[in-house]
Design a protein around this ligand. Structure first.
Ligand SMILES: C[S@@+](CC[C@H](N)C(=O)[O-])C[C@H]1O[C@@H](n2cnc3c(N)ncnc32)[C@H](O)[C@@H]1O
Length: 349
């Protein structure tokens, strides 16, 4: 636990019956030290003060000047660096993560190897900075596998990974141990929703718990088909569709999006391909459910926007299609790579 600090300072001791009167007098003389806690000792209260108190105030309530240890009042630190400034040496303070994800009332943080011995202290610091956080988890390894999940280690707070996350006026149940979810794409989800019109049919090929599908359906009122292969994510997707009252517009489909969308004979005007580790493995299937013209939003990890744009154009050409491609950087994922969005206006097939 982070220790409470005590400070030796000047105080005024008074019988508890006169404490309120003295407190008022000290406040109006601007002498009360508000960063420290007063305390009770026997039948007396001891108030911390900023400077010697005039005899006239002391005499009025029969108080005496003393020197005592006072506990510092806890105030919320503004950053984990500030919270740990008296606990970690400067060279380790410099290595503290500058950001972490907040999903509902859970925080997920990347702890560099040098700070691993201090992982639970960092967790406690996060909970002091953000008082609404009830549980902190550390990332243990990369996002991996078909389901794109990540191993997490519990650092502090409640031992649970289930939470309810709110963004863009939508609500999502998430279980971070079982499904993929990032709050960092909330702006991108709204961008796509704002590009979509009510008359469109949208296919979300990698729906997860539904953040793209549900945001689009709620804000544009378009018809959405949401495919997901992870049974845990699918179960939460179904629940989130109900919670957000979009059952009439979002159809969840369980299984491989390369199959379930065409089996359902979906013909889309717009397709979301949020599978950045292997987007091109699914482009052929996407083109199959896009009748001639339409828009694909493809996400990929890349070192350069030009490289991604050329890869998209070449893949389209290999599949007998063409289109206009505009690309944009979303967020860094490693020192050299970032996540990028390619908006593809497919022209012909
Ligand atoms: C990167 S996550 C994106 C989830 C969601 N779009 C979001 O923003 O939170 C990719 C998702 O695709 C799912 N997935 C992987 N392969 C799939 C496939 N062939 N068909 C359908 N879903 C798939 C994974 O289980 C995972 O939930």
């Amino acid at each position: 636990m982070l220790d409470e600090r005590s400070v030796r300072c000047l105080g005024v001791s008074v019988a508890s019956g006169s404490a309120e009167k003295l407190q008022r007098a000290l406040k109006s003389a601007e002498l009360l030290e508000t960063s420290l806690h007063p305390f009770r000792s026997g039948g007396r209260i001891v108030f911390p003060v900023k400077a010697p108190v005039p005899e006239s105030i002391l005499r009025e309530v029969e108080a005496v000047l003393v020197e005592e240890e006072f506990i510092e009042r806890r105030r919320c630190p503004r950053s984990i660096r500030e919270a740990l400034s008296t606990v970690l040496p400067p060279e380790l303070l410099a290595e503290l993560p500058s950001s972490y994800d907040i999903i509902g009332d859970i925080a997920v943080v990347h702890i560099p190897p040098t700070l691993e011995p201090y992982a639970s202290l960092i967790g406690e610091a996060i909970m002091r900075v953000n008082q609404s956080i009830k549980s902190v988890w550390g990332e243990a390894g990369a996002v991996e596998g078909i389901f794109r999940t990540r191993r997490l280690v519990h650092l502090t707070g409640e031992n649970r990974t289930f939470t309810i996350h709110r963004e863009n006026g939508c609500i999502f149940q998430v279980d971070l141990r079982k499904v993929y979810f990032t709050p960092r794409l909330s702006g991108e989800r709204m961008r796509i929703a704002s590009l979509t019109s009510k008359e469109e049919t949208v296919a979300d090929m990698f729906a997860g718990v539904g953040p793209f599908s549900i945001t689009i359906a709620r804000h544009s009122r378009a018809r959405v088909y949401a495919a997901e292969i992870n049974p845990d994510a699918y179960a939460l997707l179904v629940e989130n569709i109900r919670l957000n009252k979009v059952e009439d517009r979002v159809t969840p489909l369980f299984g491989d999006s390369r199959m379930v969308l065409s089996e359902r004979q979906v013909l889309a005007d717009r397709i979301i391909m949020n599978y950045p580790s292997n987007p091109f493995g699914f482009l052929e299937a996407a083109l199959k459910i896009l009748p001639g013209r339409g828009t694909i939003h493809l996400y990929g990890f890349t070192e350069s926007l030009d490289k991604l744009r050329i890869e998209v154009l070449e893949s389209l050409a290999n599949m007998g299609a063409s289109g206009d491609v505009s690309v944009k950087k979303l967020r860094p994922v490693s020192p050299r790579k970032f996540l990028a969005a390619a908006d593809i206006a497919v022209k012909s097939r």
